[in-house]
Write a protein that binds this ligand. Structure first.
Ligand code: TTP
Length: 190
């Protein structure tokens, strides 16, 4: 029995390595559309479970970790930008406000699945159009929820966080380590 990370995210791979080097990567290819009745607060955990179960179905003997990070502002989900202008528009909306980054984490083995989510409040400085364009020019926004990376140049946008930095980056490392221990003992994670 091994551990599989069902993620194409290089950040998640980097963060999981803080827990263990002994895992393989098998990105989950799932439809990330959301049921209309699902609240935005539950979307990240819903998608984390969907990713983990999709890969667990392929590898029923292994433990599979799936995760999803969403940026939520005023009850709207900001996913990964489709174009640079879409990214700029997200950053204009996030400017000077506090949003919530929700990261869902799911562990699955066969049909067994257990999950949790963490929420971090992130406050942006008010951003000028010049700052937004300069950040876009780094290329960093394009593969990240909310069009920013707190671990990179995006650090310059952030005035304050309240919660887990690593959860914003893509994986709440300490909680995931403890969840893995619980799951491996046959218990639910939280
Ligand atoms: C908010 C924020 C997100 N991100 C990244 C983490 C995730 O890679 C991405 C959120 O998109 P996700 O859909 O959660 O993950 P992904 O598509 O990159 O990978 P996979 O679905 O295969 O697991 O945004 C950062 O790197 N830094 C940040 O500050």
């Amino acid at each position: 029995m091994g551990l599989i990370l069902a993620s194409a995210s290089p950040r998640r791979q980097e963060l999981l390595r803080l827990i263990t080097e002994d895992f393989t990567v098998f990105p989950a290819a799932v439809d990330e559309s959301l049921p209309p009745v699902l609240s935005v607060q539950k979307a990240a955990q819903y998608l984390a479970r969907k990713k983990a179960l999709a890969v667990a179905n392929e590898y029923p003997n292994d433990i599979v970790l799936g995760s999803d990070t969403t940026v939520v502002l005023e009850n709207a989900i900001f996913g990964k930008p489709k174009t640079p202008e879409h990214a700029a528009e997200m950053l204009r909306q996030l400017s000077g406000k506090t949003h919530t980054v929700i990261t869902g984490v799911a562990l699955a083995q066969g049909e067994r699945v257990s999950s949790f989510q963490t929420e971090t409040a992130v406050t942006f400085y008010p951003l000028t159009e010049e700052q937004i364009q300069a950040y876009l020019a780094t290329g960093e926004p394009m593969d990240k929820a909310g069009s920013y990376g707190i671990q990179g140049y995006g650090a310059l946008l952030v005035q304050n966080i309240n919660g887990d930095f690593y959860s914003v980056m893509g994986l709440p490392v300490a909680e995931t380590a403890r969840a893995l221990q619980c799951f491996c003992k046959g218990n639910d994670v939280l």
